[in-house]
Write a protein that binds this ligand. Sequence first.
Ligand code: NAP
Length: 538
Amino acid sequence: MENSSPDRDKSNHKDVLRQLKSAFEKLPHDIFLYLFTSKEQESVFSQATRQVIQSFQEISSRIKYEEHDLSHELAAKWKVEISPTLLMAPDRYSIRWTGAPIGEEGRTFVESLILIGLGKSNLSDQSLKIVKKINSPRKIKVFVSPTCPYCPFQAVNAIKAAIEIPKLVSLEIIDIQCHPELAEKYNAYSVPLTFSNDVLIAQGAQPEELFIASLYTLEEQTVFIPESDAERIETELVIVGGGPAGLTAGIYGARSGLKSVVVEKGALGGQVAMTPVVENYPGFTQVGGKSLVDIMVSHALQYVQIFQGEEVIDIMPGQPMEIITSRRTFVSKAVLLATGATYRKLDVPGESRLAGRGVSYCSTCDGPLFKGKKAVMVGGGNSAVTEALHLSHMGVHVTLIHRRDALRAQEHLVGNLIENKIPILWNTEIKEIRGKERVEALLLFNNRTGETSTFQTSGVFVAIGYEPAVKLAKKIGVALTPEGYIRHDGRHRTNIPGVYSAGDVEGGYKQIVTAAAQGSEAAMTIFEDLIHPYWRNM
Ligand code: NAP
């Protein structure tokens, strides 16, 4: 892998600018942006919003921008009371940004400008079918944070709906870092969080069709059944999962000559996207998890097509096999399950009820909400220690709670924890998470002394390991190990001919580098097997 250099960064930057300019040149409509700020309360968020808009104005003359004080008559006309508020094309749509489009939200901003400039929602055919059934107003609020890599998916889903039916759908994107008081009002302690007509319709980012279905029913939808025959795509290798294993398999598969696609139902990068800092991936002394994911994704995109926001629902074995997703059917010679793992829950009273109300599994996403407040991090592994350090650096008063008297995290990380004077409660188990509307206290049990106590806290971050994501594997009859991981033959072949596995779903070390290595091995095995199919001799 090449090292990054200032020259390379400059040339990448120029490439991005060129691509943006050419995308904006083709837009048929002007994009009117109205920013409302308060002269009396000029904030870093107002400055940042202004700067972001001005940089886009330099890229395209399509962007028309006016800034007004909250006392201006237009603010009264459009009922704007909070600074900063950005209205996007208010002549055509009802899209309001309460906060600043910075950090991860920059992606939402670019996509919304392009869709507004196109004057089209770009919703899929499936979503269009459902959206057409909406016949009464929907006032959407999406709570986001600039540090949340998942938020842009949900915000863009909502923008598409607001563009598709502007007469019925209005949207407000609320940045919780800029407006913690609004987050507090809605108990939005985990982002993205989506309300429609003040009803909670989604926790987390959803595939587009699920979002539209939730908007239609005003209830969170978790399964989407396509209404008509899906489109068919013929390929040779379908990789399920867009984490390090899946993306690497895509690169190796395509480079060995196999037509390969990656299908990912959520955010690309898997757990890495949620890791604040990675310090042990060769070539990078220190890199943000999300930045590393972006590099991997752009690399993979040079070789494979990635179908994101699409869930694989079923696999029909055979040669070729059929892979049925929430949007279409792939016909393929092989499938690689690189579905990773999902976070483990504490399984104590109060945990589910207060999820998103102070209980969180993503410190990068939700940490900023607890700045200046008390929070605990539960766990004793690398994740808990890395994330406790991250919270502490953000200004959260964090205490680590661990059930034993020794941490299993790497020595280097433990050293950092001690250096940063992060308090640790040893031999301590959480028996209950208490709070009415949101987390207020924990019931703790010291397993050495047998004592119980209560601990006041606003947040509980849980990082106690992962469970393999084997729902699909189980459904199609892939054999598992006694620990619940996918069983394979050492060369990533499962018990079903043509079905392979790689990465955290196989168990083992669960490092980014090992997942990537397993992805490459699996792709090479698949390539060899497709030339000399072992199942013909079975
Ligand atoms: P992990 O290594 O499995 O550690 C889980 C921790 O949670 C353990 O300390 C465990 O306690 C505790 N735990 C498990 N169930 C619990 C429960 N019900 N209640 C309370 N505590 C519980 O998980 P991880 O830290 O998420 O890491 C997962 C994998 O990713 C590991 O292989 C890790 O090395 C890797 N990773 C690496 C890095 C890095 O290299 N920088 C960063 C993050 C993750 P016990 O110790 O008592 O079992």
